[in-house]
Design a protein around this ligand. Structure first.
Ligand code: 26V
Length: 810
C-alpha cells in the first residue's frame, strides 16, 4: 500500500494517479487533472486515518455524538485537507512539477455548498472542531445532487443557476457500497386487535438510503470525524420491473419519484417550505441515520437498553426532529421495547439547538400531510403528546391555555404538528446560539416549556473554526501571528489574547496594516474580476455579507449609502473619507422583497459609481455568488463589518466572528453574538448603535409610527423620496415604491427608520476613527486579540462537556 510520507512520496503518488486514476500523460496534464491526481494521493492518507480512527472507537466501544443536520456548508476541501495533514509543502512540490501553484489547483475545486447560510456553515465548522478535539463523532446529512444555487446578476437582478457540483465527480467522498438502509413511506397502520398489542405499519413505498462518507480530518491529530451523507436510490425491483415490462420511459419516471428525494437542497432560509418533498427529505435522512446508529450500537453491545449511555444524537434545528418519533418506532415496533422504557432512552439520547426566533420560521407540518407520508409516526406523536399533556396538566391544573400552547399539535384551523415542541419534549437539553438568543428563547417562544423544565434550557454561543477562517483564508495575517505568538493559536485560539499588548508596538501595527492592505488588494482584484468595477484598495472597505433578508437590514445600509451620496453632493469640498461599500448574499428565489433589495443595491451603485461629482469618495459593489469560497476572500479584506439586524432578530451571527477574527471593526446593534463580541473586544473597539431588544418591543407595543420619523428628519425624507420616486430607477420610476411604502405605510416591521439616525451617527464615528490610521490599527488588533472565545473549539468543548457527555479519545 502506498503511504506517502515525504514530498517525494506525494509527488510519486501524484504521478501514479495521473496515469492510473486520471488517465492522462503526466507531461501533458492540465491544472484540473493535476488537482485530481494530488487529491487522490491525499485521499489515500485520509482513508488510512479513517480506518484507524474507526478501529479505535470500535475497540473502546466509545460513546459517540451524532450531529444530524439537513445542511453542511463545507466549501472546498483541498486546502483544508493539505493543512490538516501537513502536506502543503509536498503538494506544492507535486504541483510545481507541472508548473502549477497550489492556488492554481485549488481554484478549480467546486464548493460543496450543501447548505443555505449560517446554520449549514456552523455545522461544517463544528465538524472541523469535533475532529480536531478528537471526539468520537459523525455528522449525518443528505448528499444533495444539487447544492445551493449559483447566483449571477443580469441587469441588476439575481438569476439562479443549478449547482451541479458533482458533475465531474469528487475525490472527497467514499461511497460505502455495503452500507444502505430501507426508508419507508405512506401506507396505513394496522391498529392492534387487543389493547397492549402491537401496531403494524404497512408502508406503501420504500427507498434505499446509500451511504457516502466524507472524511473530516482533525488538525494537530491523526484522528478524523466522518460526515455520512445519504443518497436516495430506487429499490432494485423498480429496475427489474422496467427491464421486464420494456416501458423504459415510464420506468424512468417511477425511478425518479424515488430518487428525487436527495436531488436538491431547498434554497430557502427562514420561511418553511411546506412541501411534501421537504418532509420526505427530513424523514429520509433522519431514518437512515438512526438505523445506522442503532446498527453500530448493536455491533458493540448486546442490546439497545443502554443506547442513551453510548449515543448522543443532536438535532440541528427541527429539521431532523422526526427522529424522536423514528427512534420510538424502531425501539417499540422493531426491537420489542415497552413504551415507557423506549421513551426514557429516547429522551436521554436527543438534544436540540434552536437557530431562530422568527415565528414564521418555526417548522410545522399539517396533520393531514403527515398522516399521508408517515402515518405510524403521526400515531406515535399523538401518544407522546397525550402523555406529555397529562404530565403538564398536573403542573397547572385547569389552565387550558397553557396546555394549548404546549401541545405538539396546534388546533384552531388546520391541525399542524409543531416540530419545535416535539424537539423540546424529546430532548434532555435545548440550547440557543448566543447569550441573548438563549435568554429570549426562555422568555418568549419557549417560556411555557422553560416553566416546566428550566434545567433543560441552556446557551452555547456559536464559534467558527480558526483553521479555515484565519489560517487558510488569511495566510498573510496567519504568518504574522506565527511570527509574533508562535503557531499554537490554531488549536488554542485564546492564545490571540497575547496580542493585546502588541497594539502598542508600532512595528507590529505596521506589519498588521500591511497584511490588511495586501488582503484588500486581493479583494479588489476579485471585485474587478467578478463585477468589472475598479475600486480603490486604500479606501475604507465597508462589508455586509450574508443572506439577503429584511431583518438583516441591508436596506438600512443602502439608506446610509444614499445619505452619504447626498451629503457628498451637498458639501463637495468637505474632507470625505473614501469608502467602498461591499455587499454579497443570496436571496431565496421566492422572496420578492429580498430580490428587490439586490436590484436596488445595483441601481444605487450604477448611479453613484458613475457620478463624476462623487469620484473615488464612494463606490458601491455587489459581489455575486456569495458562498464559502467567496467569503474566504472577503473576510480578510474587510475594514468594517456590518452587523445591523434589528435587536432581537439575529440569533447569533457567525460572519460577525469571522470578520472580527480577520481584523475588521464591527458596526452593529446589540443583537445576537454582537453583544458578546463587544464585551470581548471592549466598547472602544466596536461601533454599537440603535435600539435594544426591550426598546424595540416597547415601541411596538406603544404603536411605532415611522411616518413621524420621516417627517421629522429632512435627510431621511430626501433619501426615501429619492429611492421611492425613481432617482435610481429612471427607466421605471415606481420600481421601489413598494419597498418604501413598506417602511412608511406598512409599519416598517424591522425598525429601519427608528435606528436610522443612530446608524448615521455611528458611521460618522467610523470615518473619524479610520482617518486616524494608528488608532484604527489598534482597534483592529484588539478585535483579533479578543476572538479567543469565538473559536468553534470552545463551543464544541462546551457541547461535549455539558450536553453530549462525550470525551476526547485518549
Ligand atoms: C429554515 C428553512 C425552512 C425551510 C426551507 C429550508 C430552511 C433552511 C433553514 C432554515 C432555518 C435557518 C435558520 C438559520 O440559518 N439560522 C442562523 O443560524 C446561525 C447559526 O446558529 C446563526 O448564526 C444565525 O444568526 C441564524 O440566523
Amino acid at each position: 500500500m502506498t503511504n506517502p510520507t515525504s514530498a517525494t512520496d506525494l509527488v510519486a503518488a501524484t504521478e501514479r494517479h495521473l496515469l492510473d486514476t486520471v488517465g492522462v500523460e503526466p507531461a501533458h496534464a492540465a491544472a484540473p487533472e493535476v488537482l485530481q491526481a494530488v487529491s487522490q494521493a491525499v485521499r489515500e492518507q485520509l482513508s488510512q486515518r479513517w480506518v484507524r480512527t474507526q478501529a479505535i472507537d470500535r475497540e473502546s466501544k466509545a460513546r459517540r455524538v451524532y450531529y444530524l443536520s439537513m445542511e453542511f456548508l463545507i466549501g472546498r476541501t483541498f486546502g483544508n485537507a493539505l493543512a490538516s495533514l501537513g502536506l502543503q509543502g509536498d503538494a506544492a512540490a507535486a504541483a510545481e512539477k507541472h508548473a502549477k501553484t497550489l492556488e492554481d489547483l485549488a481554484a478549480g475545486e467546486p464548493d460543496a455548498a450543501l447548505g443555505n447560510g449560517g446554520l449549514g456553515r456552523l455545522a461544517a465548522c463544528f465538524l472541523d472542531s469535533m475532529a480536531t478535539l478528537g471526539l468520537p463523532s459523525f455528522g449525518y446529512g443528505i448528499r444533495y445532487e444539487y447544492g445551493m444555487f449559483a447566483q449571477s446578476i443580469q441587469g441588476g437582478r439575481q438569476v439562479e443557476h443549478p449547482d451541479s457540483w458533482l458533475e465531474n465527480g469528487t475525490p472527497w467522498e467514499f461511497p460505502r457500497a455495503g452500507i444502505g438502509y430501507p426508508v419507508r413511506f405512506g401506507g396505513w397502520v394496522e391498529q392492534p386487535a387487543l389493547p397492549g398489542g402491537k401496531a403494524q405499519w404497512r408502508p406503501a413505498a420504500e427507498v434505499n438510503a446509500k451511504a457516502y462518507d466524507m472524511v473530516i480530518p482533525g488538525h494537530g491529530t491523526d484522528k478524523v470525524s466522518t460526515l455520512r451523507l445519504w443518497k436516495a436510490v430506487a429499490p432494485a425491483h423498480i429496475d427489474l420491473h422496467a427491464f421486464n415490462s420494456g416501458d423504459y420511459a415510464r420506468a424512468a419516471e417511477v425511478k425518479n419519484e424515488f430518487e428525487n428525494i436527495s436531488w436538491v437542497l431547498y434554497p430557502n432560509d427562514s420561511t418553511p417550505a411546506g412541501r411534501e418533498l421537504r418532509l420526505r427529505q427530513e424523514y429520509f435522512f433522519t431514518s437512515a441515520s438512526i438505523q445506522d446508529i442503532l446498527a453500530r450500537h448493536l455491533a458493540e453491545h448486546p442490546s439497545l437498553a443502554n443506547l442513551h449511555e453510548k449515543v448522543a444524537i443532536h438535532l440541528n434545528d427541527t429539521h431532523p426532529a422526526i427522529g424522536v418519533a423514528e427512534l420510538m418506532r424502531l425501539l417499540v415496533d422493531e426491537h420489542g421495547f415497552v413504551w415507557g422504557d423506549a421513551w426514557k432512552v429516547t429522551q436521554q439520547t436527543f438534544s436540540y439547538t434552536n437557530h431562530t426566533l422568527m415565528p414564521e420560521a418555526l417548522e410545522t407540518w399539517s396533520v393531514d400531510l403527515m398522516h399521508h407520508v408517515l402515518p405510524r409516526h403521526l400515531d406515535i406523536i399523538f401518544r407522546i403528546n397525550h402523555d406529555f399533556l397529562e404530565f403538564a396538566a398536573t403542573k397547572r391544573p385547569n389552565d387550558m391555555d397553557f396546555l394549548r400552547r404546549l401541545s405538539l399539535v396546534s388546533e384552531g384551523g388546520e391541525k399542524r404538528v409543531r416540530m419545535a415542541n416535539l424537539s423540546i419534549v424529546g430532548s434532555h437539553k435545548i440550547n440557543g446560539v448566543s447569550k441573548l438568543h438563549s435568554d429570549l428563547l426562555v422568555e418568549t417562544i419557549f417560556s411555557d416549556f422553560a416553566h416546566l423544565w428550566p434545567e433543560r434550557f441552556t446557551n452555547m454561543t456559536n464559534g467558527v473554526t480558526p483553521r479555515r477562517w484565519l489560517a487558510q483564508a488569511n495566510p498573510k495575517l496567519a504568518t504574522l501571528l506565527d511570527q509574533t505568538l508562535g503557531t499554537a493559536w490554531r488549536l488554542d485560539l485564546d492564545e490571540l489574547g497575547r496580542l493585546k499588548t502588541e497594539g502598542d508596538s508600532s512595528s507590529f501595527r505596521i506589519a498588521f496594516a500591511e497584511a490588511k492592505q495586501a488582503n484588500k488588494s486581493r479583494l479588489a482584484a476579485m471585485i474587478a474580476r467578478s463585477t468589472g468595477l475598479k475600486v480603490d484598495p486604500t479606501s475604507l472597505f465597508d462589508v455586509q455579507v450574508k443572506r439577503i433578508h429584511e431583518y438583516k437590514r441591508q436596506l438600512l445600509n443602502v439608506l446610509h449609502v444614499v445619505t452619504r451620496y447626498h451629503a457628498i453632493l451637498d458639501q463637495p469640498n468637505a474632507e470625505w473619507q473614501p469608502r467602498t461599500v461591499i455587499f454579497a448574499g443570496k436571496a431565496a428565489s421566492s422572496y420578492f422583497m429580498a430580490k428587490q433589495i439586490i436590484r436596488l443595491i445595483h441601481d444605487v451603485g450604477a448611479v453613484i459609481n458613475n457620478d463624476r461629482r462623487v469620484g473615488d469618495r464612494l463606490k458601491v459593489v455587489f459581489v455575486p455568488n456569495y458562498g464559502v469560497s467567496v467569503a474566504e476572500v472577503i473576510m480578510p479584506g474587510a475594514d468594517l463589518s456590518e452587523q445591523i439586524s434589528t435587536a432581537g432578530t439575529e440569533a447569533s451571527g457567525t460572519g460577525n466572528m469571522k470578520l472580527a477574527l480577520n481584523g475588521a471593526l464591527t458596526i452593529g446593534t446589540l443583537d445576537g453574538a454582537n453583544i458578546e463580541i463587544g464585551q470581548a473586544v471592549g466598547d472602544d473597539n466596536i461601533f454599537i448603535f440603535g435600539l435594544r431588544t426591550p426598546e424595540v418591543e416597547a415601541q411596538r407595543r406603544a404603536g411605532y409610527q415611522p411616518m413621524r420619523l420621516y417627517e421629522a428628519d429632512p435627510r431621511l425624507k430626501a433619501v426615501l423620496d429619492a429611492i421611492g420616486s425613481g432617482v435610481f430607477s429612471p427607466d421605471e420610476r415606481d420600481r421601489y415604491r413598494g419597498l418604501i411604502d413598506a417602511l412608511l405605510w406598512g409599519g416598517d416591521h424591522y425598525f429601519l427608520l427608528a435606528d436610522y439616525d443612530a446608524y448615521i451617527q455611528a458611521q460618522a464615528r467610523v470615518d473619524a476613527r479610520f482617518r486616524d490610521r494608528d488608532a484604527w490599527a489598534r482597534s483592529a488588533i484588539a478585535n483579533v486579540a479578543g476572538m479567543g472565545p469565538f473559536s468553534a473549539d470552545r463551543t464544541i468543548g462546551q457541547y461535549a462537556k455539558e450536553i453530549w457527555h462525550v470525551e476526547p479519545r485518549p
